[in-house]
Design a protein around this ligand. Structure first.
Ligand code: ZN
Length: 131
């Protein structure tokens, strides 16, 4: 994908992200601040556990976010921005094919191409009908 297009989708994602953060009341920022404070407070005595502490806080944050629809969307947007940074944005995470621009216009955080998405939906339906 060329840089100009990438920039455009990045803009879409960032705008959506801001909107979501506002709708969930910047909860993420508050969480980040408090976990940062915790880390600094325990830095001197528990340096070895820093990595564990960080992971726990991240897991808790993720769990919180997944409890809401907005949170899940936010997660997918963050993932898309991460893919943008490592240069895999716009490619299907499943098969590696390029995701069509029409699909990205509609869903800028799409991680699957339309073919894999359909397959996933079918699988989900199968699971639900067999349950
Ligand atoms: Zn695919």
């Amino acid at each position: 994908m060329d840089a100009k297009l990438l920039k455009k989708f990045e803009g879409l994602l960032l705008a959506k992200r801001k909107q979501l953060l506002e709708s969930i009341g910047h909860y993420e920022d508050a969480l980040m601040n408090s976990s940062l404070k915790d880390s600094i407070g325990t830095l001197s005595s528990y340096t070895n556990h820093m990595a564990d502490l960080g992971t726990d806080a991240q897991e808790r944050e993720k769990a919180y976010h997944f409890a809401s629809k907005e949170g899940r969307l936010l997660y997918h947007i963050d993932e898309a921005l991460r893919r943008m940074q490592n240069g895999t944005y716009g490619r299907c995470v499943q098969c590696g094919e390029e995701i069509s621009l029409e699909r990205l216009e509609a869903v800028p955080h799409a991680r699957l191409c339309i073919k894999c998405k359909q397959r996933e939906e079918e699988k989900k339906r199968e699971l639900e009908s067999s349950a």
